[in-house]
Write a protein that binds this ligand. Structure first.
Ligand code: TMP
Length: 394
């Protein structure tokens, strides 16, 4: 598999490939990648993913900032650290209110955008060593947070060790990442790619937290990225209560046996069935000479396209609104990425919704395309063709 966010300027560009496979660890309950590319391969200076490309996600991060502001209210000299702050989509709201903060962002190009957005950024990978430096320079943090980042941290132990020393005794850590329960329910195998090294569950987070004198106090399910979970951790010495929600999620995971290997056994079979369905659909359209295009050159789509062997013969191009991707080619499969304007002018009959996790936002935005008979195709848990009818989308 190629690196998910390494879009190519030329199809002849050299690409790095690695073996993509996941395993379950019965000791720590984590589902994790077997082979992890070097972090520098993934978060290079031409990293393509920009958080603010989705309006819905921008609102979500504004709400997250407001939650932090409520938490730190009345605290003396509050300090907030965010791991993987990307373009500053969340921290810019704290920067605007002159709240002491620090964003840690390993991808240089997006760290620069965050800086332009008024955010204090350190272009680095978070680990125990960096935590010590932050303490020396800024002091301890009231809030440490991360969105779609903890799943990419190569050395989780070093990060948690860093948390242990960086967090004020009465502070809070929260992080959100795609939830393994949702991935298993949908069989959304495209969530598996290089940046997603870990696939968290309540069981796994509880175990790693306990190792570092922290405990899981609360969880909040998020309807983003095909189902994400936000985990709240506090210092165990405060004897914080575990919420009813945490106990419920632990029970829900046990029901699917996600704390054992047996819970993952059927996944492979469901994925193969799904892949066949997608491939048969695209091959059928090709035979009928009805070109299909993709919508959203997501990181996830790198897994889908490469695993299903979908190239420009089956998917003419992919439209995306990221300036970092337009004019480039998809990793491994070399499908051209075009602007939204090109898509609107072309108005293809069928569009494979690769950014299926942004379905509602995209359907709303592309109402003209849908009104004129355009059809979107989603594929989890099974293939579905969406068209506009008098009563809405069906
Ligand atoms: P994500 O699934 O990792 O959030 O990536 C979403 C991708 O889809 C990103 O490259 C931006 C693109 N996108 C669009 O092109 N148009 C849109 O309206 C949205 C929401 C996303």
């Amino acid at each position: 598999m190629p690196i998910a966010n390494r879009f190519l300027s030329h199809i002849t560009d050299k690409e790095y490939f690695y073996q993509l496979a996941v395993s379950f660890c019965p000791k720590c309950c984590l589902v994790q990648l077997d082979d992890v590319p070097k972090p520098q391969q993934m978060f290079s200076s031409d990293y393509a993913f920009i958080s603010s490309t989705s309006k819905v996600m921008s609102v979500h991060f504004k709400n997250q900032a407001q939650e932090i502001i409520r938490f730190i209210k009345n605290r003396p000299k509050p300090f907030v650290v965010e791991l993987g702050c990307n373009d500053g989509v969340m921290l810019k709201h704290l920067a605007f209110r002159k709240i002491n903060h620090l964003g840690i962002e390993p991808a240089e190009n997006v760290a620069l955008i965050a800086q332009k957005n008024g955010v204090t950024v350190q272009n680095a990978f978070f680990n125990h060593q960096l935590a010590q430096k932050i303490i020396r320079q800024y002091g301890r943090a009231d809030v440490i947070c991360a969105s779609n980042t903890m799943c990419s941290v190569e050395n989780l132990d070093s990060a948690f060790l860093g948390f242990q020393s960086l967090l004020k005794p009465d502070g809070v850590i929260f992080f959100e990442d795609p939830y393994i329960y949702d991935i298993v329910c949908l069989a959304s195998f495209d969530q598996i790619y290089d940046e997603h090294i870990y696939y968290f569950s309540a069981h796994a987070v509880l175990k790693i937290a306990q190792k570092y004198d922290l405990t899981l106090t609360d969880m909040q399910h998020q309807p983003f990225h095909g189902g994400s979970m936000r985990y709240y951790l506090k210092n165990i010495s405060l004897s914080p209560k575990t919420s009813f929600k945490v106990r419920n999620y632990l029970r829900q995971e046990k029901e699917l046996r996600l704390n054992q290997f047996s819970g993952y056994k059927k996944f492979n079979r469901r994925v193969k069935k799904n892949v066949l369905e997608i491939h048969t659909f695209l091959a059928g359209r090709k035979k009928q000479k009805q070109p299909v295009v993709g919508y959203g050159a997501t990181s996830k789509s790198t897994t889908l396209l490469n695993y299903c062997r979908i190239g420009p013969d089956l998917l003419a191009y992919i439209t995306d609104n990221s300036s970092t991707k337009i004019g480039k080619y998809t990793p491994g499969t070399h499908i051209p990425v075009k602007s939204r304007q090109a898509f609107l002018t072309d108005r293809p009959k069928f569009t494979l919704l690769l950014a299926w996790n942004h379905r509602r936002e995209i359907f709303k935005k592309e109402f003209l395309y849908l009104n004129k008979g355009g059809k979107f195709i989603t594929y989890f848990p099974k293939l579905k063709i969406w068209r506009k009818t008098k009563s809405g989308m069906s």
